[in-house]
Design a protein around this ligand. Sequence first.
Ligand code: NAP
Length: 299
Amino acid sequence: MLGKNMTIIGGSGGMGKVFGRLFQKYGFEITLFARNKEKLIQTAIGLNMEYSLDLEECVKKADVIMVSIPITSTPQMIKKIAPLMKRDAILFDITSLKTLVYSIMQELCSKYPINCLSLHPMFGPGIKDMNNYVMISIKIGGTNNYNLLIEELFAIFQSEGLLIITTTPEEHDKTMALTLAVPHMVNILYLTLLKQSGIPLNDLTKFTGTTFLLQKVFAESIIQREMEMFGEIQMENPEFYKILDLFEGVVSKYKTMIQSKDKNAFNKTFQEGLEYSREDNHFKNSYKYFYEFMKILKK
Ligand SMILES: NC(=O)c1ccc[n+]([C@@H]2O[C@H](COP(=O)([O-])OP(=O)(O)OC[C@H]3O[C@@H](n4cnc5c(N)ncnc54)[C@H](OP(=O)(O)O)[C@@H]3O)[C@@H](O)[C@H]2O)c1
């Protein structure tokens, strides 16, 4: 049976707090670990949890360890703590890229009697209710009790309404290049492009109705998020480099098409986008949703 002593490494961060609250609700005794003492103490007091500045001590006592630190620090941290862990304990990370973490965990769980799992919640620290949100899972392996323990852990997530989908690290990183890195890039570039005009956004907004306004608000919500993580999601994923090459080609072709006033090419490009999205589940109601969002913005 799953022990209730849990350590969250990166416990003073956005996602550490979200998962701390979640596990606390299910009776776990939680110890938060991070480097900045003041922030850690403040978080621990606010959440009514224990804290520790001694990594070895809080790793050794834990039945479940969650690693919730930046993407580039996660592999080293996992390597460091695995040899210190209790027999049969669970180690899971929630970092946003998986290929490297997966190969390290695979090696560690064959070397030490621990259980490794790699998760990626498809939501951020702003979440209020997890119902119907997705948690991507990559099972790695461990002791004879692996399946039993992981099922217990999953039961907690499922009680919150989380939808668990399983994948491979390769598929995960390929998909994240498209579903995270691309929308982040497009919105960063949208603001970068508008900024070149030298016209303040408030002034531009006076001359707009719908599309610009909605896109602007979306971009503004992105640009207020976790800069370090957004950079890592793009820079640390080789799958995204391939998309950048593709993007360069698409933009260059688009430029030629517009400057040569090639209406056939434009219609073909537009039509292909339409065909691609037609089968999407949101397609039928997209225009309706658009005006629902507008209602909020026009209040
Ligand atoms: N934010 C999201 O929307 C989201 C969604 C899904 C997955 N994730 C993943 O969740 C992880 C955490 O993201 P977050 O948004 O919670 O980040 P965050 O708010 O920046 O928190 C990071 C936490 O890790 C600690 N930390 C940083 N470097 C560390 C190190 N080298 N050793 C020990 N502790 C360290 C920080 O405290 P100190 O600096 O004081 O040590 C802090 O407690 C990332 O891997 C990210 O990819 C994030």
